[in-house]
Design a protein. Structure first.
Length: 183
């Protein structure tokens, strides 16, 4: 469930999801980019809708005439099988920021809609693997002691992971500071 005033949730809900309309809708052509409101959406029209709207329109069981909802939704591009396969192969090498700034929140919202067990397992393993890398990079930020530059890695993190990195880095710094005062 999204929080009304949380900017990250608002950005996640604005992510566009591929949908196919299951019926014609008069006067809603403005939902398609480049069309005006006087046109109709025809049955079978493929339109990318914001996640919040796709979620509402995909609810099944609204009536006997339309047991599957107004639209059917397809997996968003950031959660495609190609991306998930890359995450399974090497979670740390995938640029989640390029996929979506709100990748983990999008995955969470999508999983609440779709309930895909295989995707859930892949996302959990991805988060575990990337969290370990994030923690490692956050605790070893000195350029001189590292054989690699962490800016490339950090640039691949989504917003959730950036917060995790900052929290881990700050706690490591504070712990080292505390240890130095105990000597």
């Amino acid at each position: 469930m999204s929080k009304y005033y949380d900017i990250d949730d608002l950005l996640t809900d604005a992510h566009r999801i591929p949908t196919v309309f299951q019926l014609s809708v008069p006067g809603m052509g403005y939902l398609e980019s480049g069309r005006n409101e006087s046109t109709d959406i025809v049955e079978g029209a493929r339109i990318e809708l914001p996640l919040w709207m796709a979620d509402l329109l995909a609810i099944g069981g609204i009536s006997d005439d339309l047991p599957t909802g107004f639209v059917t939704v397809s997996t968003p591009a950031p959660l495609s099988s190609r991306v998930v396969s890359a995450l399974k192969a090497d979670a740390g090498s995938v640029d989640l920021r390029a996929q979506s700034l709100q990748f983990h929140r999008l995955a969470l919202r999508w999983l609440s809609m779709a309930g895909d067990e295989k995707l859930l397992e892949a996302m959990m393993e991805t988060l575990k693997a990337r969290a370990a890398l994030i923690n490692d990079f956050a605790h070893n930020t000195r350029g001189g002691s590292m054989m690699f530059d962490n800016t490339e890695f950090v640039s691949k993190l989504d917003e959730f992971e950036m917060k995790l990195f900052k929290t881990s880095h700050d706690s490591s710094r504070d712990f080292k500071k505390w240890l130095s005062t105990k000597k």
